[in-house]
Design a protein around this ligand. Structure first.
Ligand code: G3H
Ligand code: ZN
Length: 305
């Protein structure tokens, strides 16, 4: 199955009132595990490579992008390639040449006016290059000189400001602050469902949830039912990966073949991806929904309802 565009996966998910999950790729084993987990669950997914992951690979985007793209091409489900949390427009420009169909431009740490200007420029460039662009509204109402990460504790996105931001920047999707935080290792986050519903009614583009590893299954299901479309996971995969490496090496302290512990870690990440996708799909439908879940062939469709 070919690499598919992120725009198609998100549009199908939004049309079905479901979601599409996006998983962060750091190594080849992550990409292989995400593909395997998505195949086992029978749902499409987005492979995300972050600016931080590119930095880890010596600042070179092409090797991991090429490997992830090749994994997607060989997959039995639709997988797309997305650049995550890019703060440098030059990296977005490199992504356009290396198989990505989408990017998140993250100017959320800038003061609001600068975030709007930088994001509008990034969206104009991305659209000219055929890329779908996600952005983040990085500060919350009434304090234009007090930037904060949209995913910091306590920060929330104001619906009227989100509408204005989307109108002024022309972005295709918006990451919003509704109670999740990045890099949580326990699933204890509580989301503001009423705010998600208001954002969905107000904002004309699909909403994106970051920091989903810290959100319990039932909260994720509720978030999708009231309007979240793209659900980003990273830390959950790394917990599985690292826990498994640690277990294998402590059981076999003389082991030197990396295929033993990396292979076990890859299998563990695949199980995590499969389980996250399966549980998202199992969340009960929203009130008034017809019960239809995505498309008939859900390998191209969406997860959850
Ligand atoms: O952009 C990526 C996600 O927001 C990942 O967040 O590592 O907390 O799941 P997480
Ligand atoms: Zn994120």
């Amino acid at each position: 199955m070919p690499l598919v565009p992120t725009a198609d996966l998100v549009a199908r998910a939004a049309a079905a009132r479901g979601c599409v999950a996006a998983f962060n790729v750091i190594t080849l084993e992550h990409a292989e595990a995400i593909a395997r987990g998505a195949e086992e669950a029978g749902f499409p997914a987005i492979l995300q490579i972050s600016e931080n992951a590119v930095r880890y690979h010596g600042g070179r985007i092409a090797p991991l992008a090429a490997a992830s793209g090749a994994v997607a091409e060989a997959s039995g489900v639709g997988l797309s390639l997305h650049l995550d949390h890019a703060t440098d427009l030059r990296l977005v420009q490199q992504a356009a040449d290396t198989g990505f169909s989408s990017a998140m431009f993250d100017a959320g740490a800038l003061p609001h006016a600068e975030n709007v200007t930088a994001t509008a420029a990034a969206a104009a460039w991305a659209h000219g290059a055929g890329l779908w662009l996600e952005a983040e509204l990085g500060y919350v109402g009434g304090k234009p000189d007090a930037p904060a990460s949209a995913h910091a504790d306590g920060v929330r996105t104001d619906p009227a400001e989100a509408l204005d931001f989307v109108n002024r920047t022309g972005v295709d999707a918006l990451a919003v602050a509704v109670g999740s935080s990045h890099a949580m290792t326990r699933r204890t986050a509580a989301l503001d469902h009423a705010l998600i519903a208001r954002l969905r009614r107000t904002v004309p583009v699909p909403l994106v949830l970051h920091g989903s590893s810290g959100v319990p299954d039932e909260e994720l299901g509720a978030a999708v039912r009231v309007g979240m479309v793209k659900i980003n996971f990273g830390t959950a995969l790394n917990i599985a990966f690292t826990r498994t490496v640690r277990a294998v090496l402590s059981e076999e302290p003389v082991q030197v073949d990396p295929r033993t512990y990396l292979g076990a870690a890859r299998a563990s990440v695949a199980d995590t991806v499969r389980d996250l996708l399966t549980r998202l799909a199992a969340s009960p439908p929203a009130e008034g929904d017809t019960g239809q879940r995505g498309t008939d062939d859900h390998r191209h469709g969406s997860v959850g309802q």
